[in-house]
Every structure is written in structure tokens, then in C-alpha cells.
Design a protein around this ligand. Sequence first.
Ligand code: IFM
Length: 440
Amino acid sequence: MISLSDLQNFPKEFKFGVATSSYQIEGNNYGDCGKSIWDDFAKRKLSGIDGKNACNHIEYFIEDIKLIKEAGFKAYRFSFAWPRLFPDNDKDVNLKGVDFYKRLLDEINNSDLEAFPTIYHWDLPLRFQEMKGWENQETCKRFGDLSFFISKTFGDQFENISTINEPWCISWLSHYLGEHAPGIKNIQSAAKTMHNILFAHSQSVEALRSCNTHQIGVVLNNQFGQSIDSNEENIHATKLFDEIHNRWFSDAIFKGKYPELALSILEKYLPENYKTQLELISSPIDWIGLNYYTRSLIKYKKSEDGVNYECNSGTLKKTDMGWEFYPEGLSYFIKRIHKEYDNKIPIYITENGMANNDKPTFKGDVYDEDRIEYFNLHLKEILSCLNEGFSIKGYFAWSLLDNYEWAYGYSKRFGLVYVDFDNFKRIPKKSYYEFSKYLA
Ligand code: IFM
């Protein structure tokens, strides 16, 4: 039987937590929240399946924090919803939104948990999309203002904060592949947002620093690219995949430049002053968040725009997303951050977990053995990195609750806790109890 007994072998100060995000759990029907690009995208592309109710965390947050505490976790990563704080315009703050996050942070702190808020996890207020969203640098500046507001308003309630969750998803997945809101498929928009989202990060860091209070990080999602075979063309395609998916963001943040191959395709779409902005983008941060889930097998595929690759899935065991179990990729990226970018920067694994086709038994229990195996394999990789001396400070399981899995609606369950979306009942799964067995 696979267990999480390795949890006992981590250093005492290592922080175990769970992660969530605003749109995926809060329920934007509640508390005068404004509309985001996801409400619009859901209407246009997802038959209206949106985050209206989600897990109704707005009303259930006390119960949810209790679940986190009772399992023995020590940290909670969540995000602020921009449309909840500023539903109609950039000036009139929604006091109900402020009140919610104040109470949430109080609850977290009073439960002896450490808060790890993220400023942006994809719910851009819809009004910004009317002026081209992240393609317009005005949005980046407004994001700086939002960061300032958050720091001034809630800054005494947390120590660590991250600016942006998964810039690749916000730019490439949403503006080149068109799979996420706003659902654009064009290389020009993609290139612009690849740069602008990093510029937005820099605006946020500057605003947060001016408030002088925080440990600032950013959260990157790295995916391991492996050439499908040893053919030269496929190896070259894999390099391009890695640059677009991973290195674009880490090179910019740590080295103040973009990787050559990707740049040779995207540079013509970037703003003229992009090099100057890279200087701001690479201003120092205090920690880096790494979200890791899987690998892709990469194959050359000719494309008019020069993005000559396709992603395939291999034959390893898969999650309900069709994502392969490939834990080796996690230690690969941990080591790469320290060896190639900054050998001192503290790393947090800010997301890792799997979707599983969970169903409660007749008695109401949820047996998610595969998820326990997935966690176990990844935790072993982290342990071995720690033993080799890499500075990893914490691990957040994705996710506390089954939730709104973006373009998949409610069909993919990532939670340690099962949610019945008809009545919001929470049922801790076996993986939850497995964590609590060793953490609590
Ligand atoms: O649910 C998402 C999350 O919002 C961002 N990282 C990946 C998760 C699983 O797809």
C-alpha cells in the first residue's frame, strides 16, 4: 500500500500547504463580484459553465480553513479576485470584497497558518478585455496599482506574496492556443502578452517594494519537454518548446533577456522598448514558485508562423487530464533553477497534484489511491533534492478542493477534498487523511 510516510522525513521548518485560486472556488455570484474574462469565455465557449457558484468558498471559507488546519498543513496559498475588489472601475473599491479578504486572512492567521496570496490567478476584469486585456500595457500599469492597493490594504496580514500565477498560461495558452480566456489564437497577440505579462509582474514588484513590506515571488509553471526520439529535427523542436514554455519566463526574470530561438520568432511582435523593460522585469525577487505537473513528448511539426512543434503524450501512467506521471521532471526543474539561474533563491513548489475520476462510495468515502501515489512520487523527488542541498522551502498540494478546472468546467477533480457541487458538501478524500496522518 502506498503511503505518504515520507512526509516524516522532511525538515521541521519545511512548509506543507494547499493551494487554490479565487475564480476556481469562491463563487462570483456572491458579494458583488464583477465579471471577469472567464465569465465571458464560459458563455462563448463552455456552454455557460462558469465560476458563478464554484465551491461557494465565500460562504464556506471558515469550514475550508478548518479543513486545512485539521490536516496539519501550515500554509495556505490563495488568490485575490481583481473583479471582486474592483468590480466596475479602477477607483471604486467593493467594500464587501475587502471585508471578505480581511476575514479570510484573519481566519488563516488565527488558525496558525501562513498565508501565501497571489495577486493574479487569471480572473482579469472583463472591462480590460474591451481595451485588449494583456495585449495593452495599460492593463499592466493598472495591475501595478492593484498590487499597491493590496499591499496597503492587507499587507500587515501576510509575509509572502506572489505577483502572477503561470504567465505561460495567461499568454501562450490563452492567446496562441486559445484554450483559455480570452480564447485568442494568434501569434502576434501571444508574443505581446508573453512580454506584457512579465512587464505586469515588474509593475507589481515595483509597487510592492514601494510599500516595503513583503517577500515577493512569482509562480512559473514548468513542463518537461522530451524529444519523441533522437531525430535532429525533433530535438530542435524540443528546444523551442522549452524556450516558449519555460525559459522565456525564467530567462527574463533571472537574466533580463529572452532565449534566442523563441526570440527569433517572437521579437518582431514585441514593443520597441522591450529590452529596457526587461531590465525592470529582472529586478530581484525573494523567492520563486514552481508549479509542476507533467511532461510532453515533442515532435517537429511545420507551422507557417515558425512555431514548429507539437506536443504528444507518452505511455506512462496518466491522470484524468491525460497528463503522464513524470516526477523526475520536478527535480530536473528544481536543479535547473539553482544551477542555471540563481543558486540561492528559495524555491517553493507552489502547485503539484492530479485530477482523478473520484466518486464517493455508497458509504460516502472517497478512495483516491492514485493521487496518493502521485504525491508520494513527487515528494520523493523533493526529498532527494533537499538531501543534495537544494534550497526548497515548501510544497503546496493542488488543490484543497475539487473546483472549477477552467475549460474543463467541473469535470476534473483535483481536490484533497471532494465537493458535491449541488449542495457544496465537502468530503475529505483518502489523500487528505493520508496527509493528516503524517502532518497533524
Ligand atoms: O487548476 C489549475 C490551476 O489553476 C493552475 N495550475 C494548474 C492547475 C491544474 O490544471
